[in-house]
Design a protein around this ligand. Sequence first.
Ligand code: FAD
Length: 489
Amino acid sequence: MAAPVTIVWFRDDLRLSDHPALSAAVAQGGPVVPVFILDDRADRAWARGGASRWWLHHSLTSLANRLAEKGARLILRRGDPSAVMPALVAETGAERIHWTRGYSAAARALDEAVRDAVTGLGEGGGDNAGGVTCKRYAGRLIFEPEEITTGSGTPYKVFTPFWRACTAKLGGVSTVEAPASILAPTSWPESEALDDWALLPRNLDWSDGFTPLWSPGEDGAQSRLQSFLDGPVKNYGTARDKPAIDGTSRLSPHLHFGEISPRQVLLATRHADAASGGDGEKFLAEIGWREFSHHLLFHWPKIPDAPFRPEYAAFPWQDDAEALRRWQHGQTGYPIVDAGMRQLYQTGWMHNRVRMIVASFLIKHLRIDWVEGEKWFWDCLVDADLASNSAGWQWVAGSGTDASPYFRIFNPMSQGEKFDPEGAYVRRFVPELAKLPKSAIHAPWTADSRVLKDAGVTLGETYPKPMVDHAEARKKALEGYEVVKAANG
Ligand code: FAD
């Protein structure tokens, strides 16, 4: 008797190598039908943002090509996966469905809904009712959230002991090869056309800046990792905080879309580091933050929407649409903040140091709810990731598990001087200030009129005056945190 058909449901795991769900399906010996379902229902919370949709379009193109090389096709369908999957089962006669598990509340609910939809026809429920077996595999993280717990079996809330517990187990990590070939079914189900999904932005000018920078897909991810390990990783510890330098890996969108697994990154980094004696372990600790963020999201599923420390809900946020708009468009009058916000919009990415500075500015200088910033990042980042984005915002707000203390209010001028000492980053993204000397680049309003004139800068005309006074804003933020303290009793 011929081996049964297995559907492999791709989600944010758009690769063929180190893909346990795919490898297990191929190893069974029967035909495999790879499927991607676009869940575009308008009422979904945290539906993919614009920059992520751009990435997804290109990543799916790449995945389809990779599958074609192995003899398979990527079947595209749109809709609620719990409605689409039973139809696909009926069309293909599949007896098994494999997929990589997700960690957010929505992903987990969907896991259950799909399983119920395809097994519910049979008696009894469970993972193997009604003739269809559903199997969920690990694949997005180095360790599953259930694997790393404190001595008393509870989840970690602090990064350092969490990562120490992970590090002790890293030696046992391995990966699986991409299948050499994939057996095709006797006939393929219909696929929708990717172009009909209109994932690319209607305003194509927006993504013009993305194209030269990024190569979505598994090959792009592997070559990005390789070029990072060939050079920048050696000085990662010092260069990683300098936004003007290409000192970090820029693997974040590739990791988010699962074009490369963190296990692959781990093993390749350790291998390269053994040869070069670079800063690989420091780099891996950042992969550790990604891991930690996912563990937090798994154990505290509400962190994208509400402060982890509930007393922070009492902070007196300002409802100021115009201030939010100026922040979003890089028109605050603080050069390092504006450079970051413009880098985000133009390239779909922002340097980590600057993410912290702009987030602190929104929360503490403008006193606008961090969820507004989180939403803007969500729409504009090619690496928008529910776990890392919410953890990042809560960390800066002070409301997270292992957060920056609330009284740590970044001074945008001194942050600029320290991390962009020559002003090269500001000059690149705020070209109207490019001719200012470095002594004035992070605080143009302190320059004398001659310096401004020579640089062609007229404050309030060619570049905004600071929208808030730093010392005044700092005082008001600290007053706001007094309200939080009072709410905590
Ligand atoms: P590298 O320095 O090369 O680090 C390697 C990898 O480690 C990254 O690709 C990423 O997967 C992970 N990583 C690094 N720093 C962090 C961190 N602080 N938290 C979690 N993972 C980390 N990262 C996202 O991937 N998606 C987001 O939506 C996101 N939103 C953020 C929002 C705020 C307010 C802040 C402060 C940080 C956010 N980060 C987010 C984390 C971090 O800024 C990015 O992961 C990093 O800048 C990506 O660049 P890179 O790949 O060159 O990083």
